[in-house]
Design a protein around this ligand. Structure first.
Ligand SMILES: NC(=O)c1ccc[n+]([C@@H]2O[C@H](COP(=O)([O-])OP(=O)(O)OC[C@H]3O[C@@H](n4cnc5c(N)ncnc54)[C@H](O)[C@@H]3O)[C@@H](O)[C@H]2O)c1
Length: 329
């Protein structure tokens, strides 16, 4: 539900047996307005995506007498929704859940598609499953309280959706820059709705990521390598990954120079591109860390111009060579 006021969530949850899962930051800003149910808080950030956090939360659910008829309401960004969604999927073999999604990244990406899960050491999202929440509320007025970095990081995901599937997103981001930077509620609601619509259409065709869903990984092969090598926020890493994937697409002849320039100009306009310099000897190791690898080949997502993407299976060596070539330009 994009555009609804988050406070209206009370109409969607049961009258009893509800537990709210959130993080400390969200609780400090919005906690006073939460519906009157027990609240379990996790520490903000990626470190909370661990099995031991799931175990602790499950114990607390038991203590609170939550049984199979219970309901978990997640109020937070991608971390809270991934943790709460996974917990709901395994607690007592699965209880009901719903999300109030509070970051731009989680509104445009994390809360559509039903993926949830936790990390194993540094390897992301290895333990989890795919299970849809009953609802997701995306109230873009909550984005006013996000830090600038978190906001820009989410914009990178919007650009990704524009590049792979919905050119109108790119047009709006190009033409309404001042309003987007002011976080205008109306424009953001429109952008998030377009993004969710696109992602939902892809996911409904390929829930288990065996085909079309792979295009959603545009920018991720190089992006994950950048993210693992230097700790930048996910969206900034994906932006660098999109820059590389775009120039790689140009080199392969899948797009024209003006199309490639358009994508890179937009990434620069929103200050999303940072320097990265992954040593030659590390790049293949970091890329192979990517779960999407298939033997010695990798499913690499190329752009064919704004609004179109294609997935090609190519040798990892070719991807590594391109990174070296890019750095030596
Ligand atoms: N399940 C999926 O399909 C999927 C897709 C993409 C990403 N993810 C996951 O999402 C996670 C990243 O999500 P994220 O970027 O939302 O990070 P996050 O949940 O860590 O939130 C980022 C920071 O913003 C704060 N915050 C959240 N909402 C706020 C608000 N409205 N006002 C002020 N502060 C707020 C949080 O406390 C946190 O400090 C990663 O773990 C990633 O793996 C999942």
């Amino acid at each position: 539900m994009v555009g609804a006021r988050w406070e209206a969530v009370v109409k969607l949850i049961p009258e009893n047996g509800v537990v709210i899962i959130t993080d400390e930051n969200l609780y400090n800003i919005y906690g006073q307005l939460f519906p009157a149910f027990p609240v379990l808080k996790i520490n903000p950030g990626e470190d909370s995506k661990q099995l031991k956090v799931i175990e602790k939360l499950a114990k607390k659910l038991l203590d609170k007498g939550i049984d199979r008829s219970g309901f978990i309401l997640a109020i937070g960004g991608g971390v809270v929704c991934d943790v709460a969604g996974f917990l709901a999927s395994v607690y007592m073999r699965g209880i009901r859940c719903g999300y109030v999604s509070t970051t731009l990244l989680s509104q445009v990406d994390a809360s559509t598609g039903g993926k949830n899960g936790v990390n194993l050491g540094v390897v992301k999202n290895v333990i989890g499953n795919i299970r849809q929440p009953e609802f997701v509320i995306c109230d873009t007025s909550m984005l006013q309280t996000l830090s600038q970095d978190e906001y820009l990081s989410g914009l990178a995901e919007l650009i990704k959706t524009g590049v792979i599937g919905d050119e109108s997103i790119i047009e709006i981001l190009e033409n309404r820059f001042p309003d987007v930077m002011k976080r205008d509620r109306g424009i953001l609601t429109d952008l998030v709705a377009r993004s969710v619509r696109f992602k939902a259409s892809v996911v409904s065709e390929d829930e288990k990521e065996t085909g079309k869903r792979r295009i959603l990984n545009f920018g991720h092969t190089f992006g994950h390598a950048v993210e693992l090598h230097q700790s930048v926020k996910h969206g900034f890493a994906i932006a660098s990954g999109m820059e590389l994937a775009t120039i790689f697409s140009l080199k392969k002849g899948y797009i024209r120079k003006d199309e490639s320039d358009r994508i890179i100009t937009l990434l620069k306009k929103y200050s999303l591109l940072n320097d990265h310099d992954i040593p030659a000897e590390d790049i293949s190791k970091l890329i192979l860390h990517d779960k999407k690898k298939a033997g010695e080949d990798i499913h690499f997502v190329f752009t064919e111009g704004t609004g179109k993407a294609t997935v090609r299976k190519i040798p990892v060596g070719e991807v590594v060579d391109f990174y070296r070539e890019f750095k030596n330009r």
